[in-house]
Design a protein around this ligand. Structure first.
Ligand code: GDP
Length: 525
């Protein structure tokens, strides 16, 4: 039996950050394949019909063929237990995507080699930066004509503000793609065109200077040797400490579709990626290896099973061990609860968890008492920090079809905002109710659930809000802001003073005009 510390040190809990269509789903499938979780890539998510059978829980989801539900995938690899947290990406991009990143210890950034660093990646990277999360990069789609690799790395450095250290280097691209050269092991990993392998043949040539390498690269050999010399001279050398500090990103090149370069990346990922990190609470720092159990809730998901109408609270275990039937203290309410039915998710299905250790994710059944950010412990008064609300990027005014349903609307919105499905703002100058979201689907989910669960029919109207900022400062300064900028001030669902800016310029001006006031883009729970 391995000790608790051993078990914890084997955990690698991460998420994938990428722009839609960069290849997140494809690489996820290949990772699960390498972890022996699925036999043939494509069987988990690729076929929409299969997905409906397992993971979809809401009719709206089925109609759209998307998954609002993000799940957790766990697989063993090279002596480690890897937890991959799915980050909703396409239309289902939401605040949950951001908050999932607060529950991981590292991230994998997938970049489309033809497109480079895209908008969504920048946003997700900004969230990772809040905690200096270590990031490994994977430049995908080398089987196509991509942009110059050097240019891509420059873009990562400039746009994302993180040093990039290539681990391997592509030998050609598109139709001329011959494989990758590992700068650290001096090995060529041979790519065979037209072979869309499931678990690829692993053909390697040791030594760039070898006759075999010369023969393999043929007329390209001299150019490649020269290019690699240049790359070595001009790029950062990989440094584990810098990676762990979130300052440098080791970058791999490959093609997820052909399952080429994914294994190489995963091998190094489990070697380098941090095991569960110590975490801050308002009271003290908790070591991941402490005996006593603790964890926090980063996501609440409703109606996963329409028959039961329950909600699942996703908890990241931060110390010790959960075992079935144990007693936990729900710190915010002060209540002790016995938990015997925590679940985990295997290919969309719920499975009862017997045991989970620091780094793992478990789902608790929630009948309305659990909120995002809640801490559970074995008795100690702790409150985990660093699980914020993120400023919404989209806003709508919400209006009732039947004005008599105001109470039900307010109750619904309050609960949905506590759950993290949306955010709600009440401007001080009128009786509007403004709903804020990070992804556009959140509005539809809210309308759907208001109707379904609270029997309220609501409609959205456009509203002139560009962004929200939570404001902090002395009483005097906040009073001045309220007085002078009354048109832009609102109270959010949690009772916090907020500034709603109609434009980017307006926000900049407000920040200039009220230098004593802190305009924050996140708010702690
Ligand atoms: P996601 O939106 O990030 O999950 O992206 P997907 O994994 O669904 O991939 C988007 C599209 O790119 C799909 O059509 C994939 O088949 C394709 N794709 C993914 N990886 C590769 C690759 O390595 N090479 C090529 N040519 N296409 C790829």
């Amino acid at each position: 039996m391995s000790t608790l510390t051993d078990q914890i040190s084997q955990r690698r809990t991460f998420a994938i950050i990428s722009h839609p269509d960069a290849g997140k789903t494809t690489i996820t499938e290949k990772l699960l394949l390498l972890g022996n979780l699925i036999q043939v890539a494509g069987s988990v998510k690729g076929k929409k019909a299969d997905r409906h059978a397992t993971s979809d829980w809401m009719s709206m989801e089925q109609e759209r063929g998307i998954s609002v539900t993000s799940s957790v995938m766990q697989f063993p690899y090279n002596g480690c237990t890897v937890n991959l947290l799915d980050t909703p990406g396409h239309e289902d991009f939401s605040e949950d995507t951001y908050r999932t990143l607060t529950a991981v210890d590292s991230a994998l950034m997938v970049i489309d080699g033809a497109k480079g660093v895209e908008d969504r990646t920048i946003k997700l990277m900004n969230v990772c930066r809040l905690r200096d999360t270590p990031i490994i990069g994977f430049v995908n789609k080398l089987d196509r004509d991509i942009r110059e690799p050097i240019e891509l790395l420059d873009e990562v450095e400039e746009v994302l503000g993180i040093a990039a250290a290539p681990i391997n280097w592509p030998l050609g691209m598109g139709k001329e793609f011959q494989g990758v050269y590992n700068l650290y092991t001096d090995t060529i990993h041979v790519f065979e065109q037209g072979k869309n392998f499931v678990l690829g043949d692993d053909i390697r040539i040791q030594g760039l200077a070898s006759d075999e390498a010369k023969e393999y690269l043929g007329i390209y050999y001299d150019d490649i040797v020269e290019e690699l010399e240049l790359v070595r001279g001009a790029s950062h050398e990989f440094n584990l400490d810098d990676y762990l500090a979130g300052q440098q990103s080791p970058v791999f090149f490959g093609t997820a579709m052909a399952n080429f370069g994914v294994k190489e990346m995963l091998d190094d990922f489990v070697k380098w990626a941090p095991n569960p990190l110590d975490r801050d609470t308002a009271q003290r720092t908790v070591a991941a290896t402490e005996e006593k159990f603790s964890g926090f809730v980063f996501k609440i998901q409703a109606n996963m099973d329409p028959k039961h109408r329950d909600r699942i609270a996703f908890m990241r275990v931060c110390s010790g061990k959960y075992s079935k039937g144990m007693k936990m203290k729900h710190v915010r309410t002060g209540k002790d609860v016995k938990i015997a039915d925590a679940v985990t998710f295997k290919a969309g299905e719920r499975v009862l968890v017997e045991e989970a250790v620091s780094g793992d994710i478990i789902g608790l059944h929630n009948h309305g008492s659990i909120q995002i950010g809640d801490t559970f412990t074995q008795g100690e008064e702790l409150k985990y920090t660093g699980i914020p609300h993120f400023a919404p990027e989209l806003f709508r005014r919400i209006r009732l079809k039947d004005p008599l349903k105001m109470k039900a609307l307010q109750k619904g919105l309050q609960q949905l905002s506590e759950e993290g499905s949306t955010q709600v703002f009440f401007p001080t100058r009128n009786n509007d109710i403004i709903v804020g979201a990070v992804g556009v689907l959140q509005f539809e989910v809210v309308a759907y659930r208001l109707k379904d669960e609270y029997k309220v029919e609501a409609i959205y109207e456009p509203v002139n809000v560009y962004t929200a900022r939570w404001v902090e400062g002395s009483e005097e300064h906040l009073a001045e802001l309220k007085r002078k900028a009354n048109d832009n001030v609102a109270i959010d669902g949690g009772g916090h003073l907020t500034y709603l800016a109609p434009t980017r310029v307006n926000l900049a001006l407000a920040e200039e005009r009220y230098p004593e006031v802190d305009f924050r883009s996140t708010r702690e729970h």
